[in-house]
Design a protein around this ligand. Structure first.
Ligand SMILES: Cc1ncc(COP(=O)(O)O)c(C=O)c1O
Length: 364
């Protein structure tokens, strides 16, 4: 997939001066965390995940207890487990597009039937419950949505999420809610889908909001005890348990996260203000303003980007500035993902200026 080949990790961070392609905040070093692991016993861990970590996670949500939380190696592993445990080739899935690749590629690999709900710029990238309702078939096994959404940064409000829960309950199907960006909202996160209904599975992660994606830690939550057993069995087939090192780091980080979050939030909000100013007066770009996460999905106004390949080439090779071109998300190249959580203010502003320079160069 283009996103795998062209991701900043694959390209090499050294070749990018202004990284506006990332969907997370800046990575921390282990030293920043001040965590001592000397006493940690390197045994297999609890298969569901470190009990104290599960308790801590459950305590911040309504209607959930530690037994409803299964720790996973990031949200990516949780998504893979849910898709492979619940979907068979004869099943039908309703899923948003554009999307984070795993939400589409794993169901595709399974070979199930897929109805895409296209999020349209003209509709503010809003998720229409009505469209999802109309897509339901007798063999629909799962509805899969993401909030805050990657790459658009839009959210599903609590009312619409409630409607999706009722829909899943009515049809007895799985409502999979990818809430990986939950802790990166511009406001208090709305109620977790798994708290609203026993028919929902919520997936969360430590990767995006805290700058520690390298510890590969996330979790899935559902009140449905039978589903938890099925998903634990899926996890055991893949990895038995999590890395106890990752779990311990994640647990200790969560216990002392507040000072980190304050700093991260300040930088992200400052970048977002600069981005709004830049976008509000832009002659060639238009956008749907994001309401959560650290990414948005602007596009070139109709007919203003004569040669997309050249624009992205010039932007990277001449100005060492990187954004995520539309084909990362199976969209037209006039769209691109722009992340505002990664770079400090100076590099972020330079990145925006470089986009303007590349546009000027390409428009002649
Ligand atoms: C919507 C979404 N879900 C899941 C993931 C996977 O995240 P993790 O690092 O927790 O595996 C990503 C990563 O980009 C994502 O954007």
């Amino acid at each position: 997939m283009p996103i795998e080949i062209e991701s900043p990790e694959s390209l090499g961070y050294d070749s990018i001066a202004c990284n506006l392609a990332e969907s997370s905040v800046r990575d921390l070093s282990f030293r920043d965390l001040g965590i001592d692991l000397q006493e940690l016993i390197l045994a297999y861990g609890d298969h569901m995940g470190k009990p104290a970590l599960r308790e801590l996670v459950a305590a911040s949500h309504r209607n959930l207890e530690a037994a409803d939380v299964l720790i996973t190696a990031g949200a990516a592993a949780a998504l893979f487990m849910v898709h492979t445990a619940f979907l068979r080739p004869q099943d039908h899935l309703v899923v948003l597009r554009p999307n984070y690749a795993t939400n589409i590629e794993t169901p595709r690999a399974i070979g199930c039937q897929i109805s895409f709900i296209d999020l349209l710029f003209e509709e503010g990238f809003t998720v229409s419950v009505e469209k999802i309702k109309k897509a339901i078939r007798p063999n629909t096994r799962m509805i899969s949505v993401t909030t805050p959404h990657n790459p658009t940064g839009t959210e599903i409000g609590e009312y619409a999420m409630g409607e999706l829960c009722r829909l899943a309950e009515l049809h007895g199907i799985v409502l999979l809610v990818d809430e990986t960006y939950r802790d990166l909202g511009f406001h208090e996160p709305s109620t977790l889908a798994a708290s609203l209904s026993g028919q929902a599975i919520s997936i969360c992660s430590m990767s995006k909001a805290y700058g520690i994606p390298g510890i590969r830690l996330g979790w899935l939550m559902t009140q449905n005890k039978y589903w938890q057993e099925v998903l634990l069995a899926a996890k055991e087939q893949i990895c038995i348990c999590n890395s106890v090192v990752d779990e311990e780091i994640g647990y200790q980080f969560l216990l002392g996260k507040d000072p980190f979050i304050a700093g991260i939030g300040k930088q992200t909000q400052e970048n977002f203000r600069q981005l709004c100013d830049w976008m509000d007066h832009h002659a060639y770009l238009e956008w749907v303003k994001p309401t959560g996460g650290v990414v948005c999905f602007p596009r070139f106004r109709e007919g203003t980007l004569p040669d997309a390949e050249r624009f992205y080439h010039v932007l990277l090779n001449q100005y060492q500035t990187y954004v995520g071109p539309g084909h990362w998300f199976e969209q037209e190249m006039r769209y691109f993902r722009l992340g505002f959580g990664w770079e400090k203010k100076e590099a972020f502003m330079a990145g925006l200026e470089n986009i303007d320079r590349a546009i000027r160069d390409c428009r002649g």
